[in-house]
Design a protein around this ligand. Sequence first.
Ligand SMILES: [Zn+2]
Ligand SMILES: [Zn+2]
Ligand SMILES: [Zn+2]
Length: 184
Amino acid sequence: MPDRSISPSNASPSVVSPFPDQGHDHTRCIDTAIRQAEMLCASRSRRLTPLRRRVLELVWASHQPVKAYDLLAHLRQESASAAPPTVYRALDFLLAERLIHRLASLNAYVGCAQPDHRHAGQFLICAQCQAVAELDDDSISDLLGHRAAEQGFVLTDQVIELEGICPRCRGAQPRADALANDSL
Ligand SMILES: [Zn+2]
Ligand SMILES: [Zn+2]
Ligand SMILES: [Zn+2]
């Protein structure tokens, strides 16, 4: 069972990662992510080398997406020999194992809290603090796949990136009360 480290109150089957609660214990998010990665790589006979593991930790440093050159800058502080190809190879590995996602709109990477199952990924990205929540709603992906098929178009990738303001930046609770206010 996934160890939910953040915001169980916002969790529903279609939520991969909710927006993090302020002051949540983020070390638990990182620990969970690393533990899941170790288990998955072992079960897939893939090697989570120290560098790949370190890059995954750095991507998970927060719930904000991180850019490759920021990762490189961090790694250079730890080892002068860290070079761009090494970082990109580690990122490619983590992407291939679905431990992280790439957000094209930001050209940045974010950790996936549910890497054990394949999913399309619908991302809510806060325009103010860049916090990211991830959804995996089959009804959205099915509808898109259906509409695309009607056009004779076969979807090969279905990452959806939406921009808005997160609950913390709004200074408000998500969902129910927002919907109630909007309908007045
Ligand atoms: Zn966290
Ligand atoms: Zn994901
Ligand atoms: Zn925000």
